[in-house]
Design a protein around this ligand. Structure first.
Ligand SMILES: *Cc1c(COP(=O)(O)O)cnc(C)c1O
Length: 387
C-alpha cells in the first residue's frame, strides 16, 4: 500500500485530490508534488523493514504513489550499483569518490525511474494514451513502459535525434513523429495534439509522478551508504527532476527519522552551450531565464528552460551547493576517462559530472577528503555520433 495523501503545488501551496488526473497547478501553472502521510508512515514503517525486499526502486513501495499492486508497471528499474571509483579517485587524490551507475536501468537511462512511475499512475487513473516531446531517453523509457502497460504511446522528436533513440521508440510500438525543429517545437506540436485527442502529456514536472520515481535515487543513496549521506552529489541537470526528487527524498527521510546526518551539497552541472541554471544562480535569480541558441552533444542537458527551475535553484541554495557549466570537450574527455579508469561507459551527461568535479577541486569548492557521488545518468551506447 501507499501513504500517498494529496498533491500540493510546489509554488503556491494549493492542495489537490491525488485520485484525480492532474498536470500542473491549475492556479499558478507550476509543478504539483505528491505528499504522503509521513506521520502515519513513521509509526508503521521502519527502515529495517526494507531488508530483504526486491532490488528495485519498488522496495520503497509505501513512499511511492501507486495504490494497487495490480497497476505497477515494472521492468526491474532502480537499485543501481553505487561504485567506489578507486582509479579515478586515485588520479584526483580522492579516497571517497563514488559513481551511481544509472546506465544499468531498463532502456539504458534513469528516465526509466520516472516513466515507470508516471505510466503506473496513468494506468491507475485510467489513461489510455500518453504523449511526450523528447530528444532522447525519456521517449524510449515512456514507450517501453507504455508497451508493457498496453497504453498507446505518441512520441514527438526532433528529426535530427540520434538513430538509437528513434529505433528504440519504434521497436516498442510507439507512434513516432519527427519534427523539423527543436525540442520546444516538439513540445508545441505534442501539446496541440494532446488537447485535440485527449492524450495525457507526461512531460517532466508537468505531471506529478515522474519526480516520485526519480526521488528513489535519494533513498538508495542513503540506504547504500548505510543511512548516511555523502558530502556532495553531482548531478547533470536538464529539467532537474532527479535533483529536485533527491532533495524531496532527503526531506521525507528526515521526517521519517531515517537519517540524521547533514544533507549533501547539491551540485548542478550543465553544458557551456546551455547553462541557464549556473547563470541564474550567479545572478541571484529565483527563476532561470530561457537560454538562447542552446547546443551541446549532451542531449539530456539541452533544456533551455525548465518548468522546475525555481525548485532546482532552491535545492542548490538550501543545500549550500553550486551550479557549474563545462565545455563539450571537457565532458567528452571525462566520459572517456570514466570508461578507461572505471569500466563504466557513461553517457556524455555522466561525463560532465567528472569534468565538473575536476573544476570544483581546482577551485577549492570541493576538498579531496570529501565523500562525493557522481551520477552517470545513462549508457554511452546510445550516442554513436559523439563518442
Ligand atoms: C534526461 C537526462 C538528464 C537530465 O535529467 P533531469 O532530471 O531532467 O535533469 C541527464 N542525463 C541523461 C542521460 C538524460 O537522459
Amino acid at each position: 500500500m501507499s501513504y500517498l495523501s494529496h498533491l500540493e503545488c510546489s509554488y503556491c501551496r494549493s492542495t489537490f485530490d491525488a485520485e484525480k488526473l492532474h498536470t500542473v497547478c491549475p492556479k499558478c501553472g507550476k509543478p504539483l508534488l505528491a505528499r504522503y502521510d509521513l506521520e502515519h508512515a513513521k509509526r508503521s514503517l521502519r527502515k529495517e523493514d526494507l531488508i530483504g525486499r526486491e532490488a528495485s526502486l519498488w522496495r520503497y513501495r509505501e513512499l511511492l504513489p501507486v495504490h494497487n499492486d495490480r497497476n505497477i508497471v515494472t521492468l526491474g528499474e532502480g537499485y543501481t550499483p553505487l561504485i567506489h571509483a578507486t582509479r579515478s579517485g586515485a588520479r584526483l587524490g580522492m579516497g571517497n569518490l563514488f559513481i551511481k551507475d544509472e546506465g544499468l536501468n531498463p532502456t539504458g537511462s534513469f528516465k526509466a525511474r520516472g516513466l515507470c512511475m508516471a505510466i503506473s499512475r496513468a494506468k491507475e487513473l485510467g489513461v489510455e494514451e500518453v504523449v511526450i516531446p523528447s530528444a532522447g531517453n525519456a521517449a524510449g523509457a515512456m514507450s517501453a513502459y507504455a508497451a508493457r502497460a498496453g497504453i498507446n504511446a505518441h512520441v514527438f522528436m526532433p528529426s535530427d535525434v540520434p538513430l538509437p533513440f528513434r529505433m528504440e521508440c519504434a521497436a516498442y510500438g510507439a507512434d513516432v513523429h519527427l519534427i523539423d525543429g527543436l525540442i520546444t517545437d516538439c513540445g508545441r506540436e505534442a501539446h496541440a495534439l494532446a488537447e485535440k485527442n485527449g492524450w495525457f502529456d507526461v512531460s517532466t514536472l508537468k505531471e506529478p509522478y515522474r519526480v516520485e520515481g526519480k526521488k528513489t535515487m535519494g533513498y538508495e543513496l542513503a540506504e547504500q551508504f548505510n543511512w548516511t549521506l555523502p558530502d556532495v552529489v553531482i548531478y547533470p541537470t536538464g529539467g532537474g527532476t532527479g535533483l529536485i526528487g533527491m532533495w524531496k527524498a532527503f526531506a521525507e527521510m528526515q521526517e521519517l527519522g531515517w537519517i540524521d546526518s547533514d544533507l549533501p551539497r547539491m551540485v548542478s552541472v550543465q553544458a557551456e552551450g546551455c547553462a541557464p541554471i549556473p547563470r541564474a544562480l550567479a545572478a541571484g535569480d529565483e527563476f532561470a531565464a530561457p537560454w538562447e541558441g542552446a547546443h551541446t552533444v549532451a542531449a539530456g542537458l539541452r533544456v533551455p528552460q525548465a518548468i522546475g527551475d525555481f525548485l532546482i535553484l532552491r535545492a542548490i541554495r538550501e543545500s549550500n551547493g553550486t551550479a557549474i557549466a563545462v565545455s563539450d570537450d571537457a565532458l567528452i574527455s571525462s566520459q572517456h576517462a570514466m570508461a578507461r579508469e572505471e569500466g563504466i561507459f557513461a553517457c556524455p551527461e555522466g561525463g560532465a559530472t567528472l569534468a565538473s568535479l575536476e573544476a570544483l577541486l581546482d577551485r577549492g569548492e570541493i576538498t579531496r577528503d570529501e565523500k562525493v557521488v557522481l551520477f552517470n545518468t545513462g549508457t554511452g551506447l546510445k550516442y554513436p555520433h559523439s563518442s
